[in-house]
Ligand binder design. Sequence first.
Ligand code: NCD
Length: 493
Amino acid sequence: MPDRADWAYSSALMTKARPLTRHIISINDLSNKEIETIFEVAQGFLKELADPNVPYRIGHSTDIAAKSILASLFYEPSTRTRLSFESAMLRLGGANITSADPTVSSAAKGESLADTIRVISNYSDVVVIRHPRDGAARLAAEYSQVPVINGGDGAHEHPTQTLCDLFTLRSKKKSLKNMKVAISGDLKGSRTIHSFVYALARFGATIDPLPAPGMELPGHVDRRLREEFHCRMVSKDPGQPNGGSIDALYVTADQPHQLSLYSDPETDYGPLLQKKTDAVYVTRFQKERWAEKDRPYPKIDAKFLGEAKYSDASVMHPLPRVNELDASLDTDRRAVYFQQAAYGVPVRMALISLLLHLHKNNSLHQFHGGFAEPSFPVYMQPIGTGFSCDNPNCITVDPAERQYAANKFYLVDEDARQRCALRCVYCEKDIESDASVQFVIADATRKTFAPDLAALMRLPSDKLKHHIIYRNAADALAAGFEPRDGARKAHAG
Ligand code: NCD
């Protein structure tokens, strides 16, 4: 049975963050309007402070962040993200403190992220963090007194890279609406891709996945695109209007009510299929996230881009590149990747200055709210019961961090399938049902269990805490619960 103290511990964690301290952990922590505001502010910095010879390069400084400090806490290699954040802070007139090598910080002595962030947030006004674990930035935010910005957490997300990507697209094309963007390479391991596809869908772009073999978008990202971001899958083969094959495009529905798993056979997708591609976004094989270090991988070169549909496509890459993007493209008029990296400075200047409320006259200077204040109920699994997140790279399963993280899950209502799924609050991966995972709900008051996970969503939050989810009936039985009437038959024997 759960220890009462576990519940109290978990609830205390939930109330840690101050309500007006904004953290940018996922691109979905920002509304579309806020993203536009960031771009307006970034554009303003470029107008005022650009190098006269290189219009996308910030060449001058202001002092609006004088006396403010940015802490960069990097547990993984970085060139662009850390240095552009630090350059942005200096251009704003602020200062930086940096921990960029975990082998020379207290991490090497075994200090947890939760303790480190509690210390560092007393030394700085804003923190940018990069960590190899999915969900690490969310955990850091729970323990921080100041805004935390995710500079990349495992294979989860990299929201500020997406801001640079969208800003670049916006500078090249008028609007993201109706834009067609191809994404190539390691769509599974690339956190830049995961933040990017959510944003593309939210702004109404069509996404054309070109994955390396076996590196398709992860199941949970694909599912969110379809079920939360109103994407439909359309087969690239005009003879097969009903999508579902992996060779498919994601089209954002104009209206949320058009949500459907598959494309509408009545709709003529021909014009869309024939439409030219506006941008090709190339990613590196994320070898640090794969066991096999050598796999077949697509190379984007002049031959690939010679196809008519790519004749006006901007070529983008978050960098670093390894072999997937031919250096001969650097002089191609379509190549924008160095400009994309340069935009890291004005975009991050805008983000930092908005988070620190430095714009007195900006209409959105309060900068709170957000696109997806998650509307799903949060369920807390008592520590030591049932299960925890099954993503082996989630911060909540890290031996050094697990005592600081609660087993928290969103109860996600899967409209399209009339059932409920569990999504880890930290890494946002869904726990999949399979032969060994057939969730049952135990009622701690009645000491019984039943298989209806969706029933949990209907419970008021004060009742929710008296229920425990087990992976299957055998685990609930082992914990001393009895099957509830209907469940007794189902689990008999
Ligand atoms: C990316 C990252 O770290 O995820 N780099 C970056 O921040 N521009 C992309 C990558 O490493 O491949």
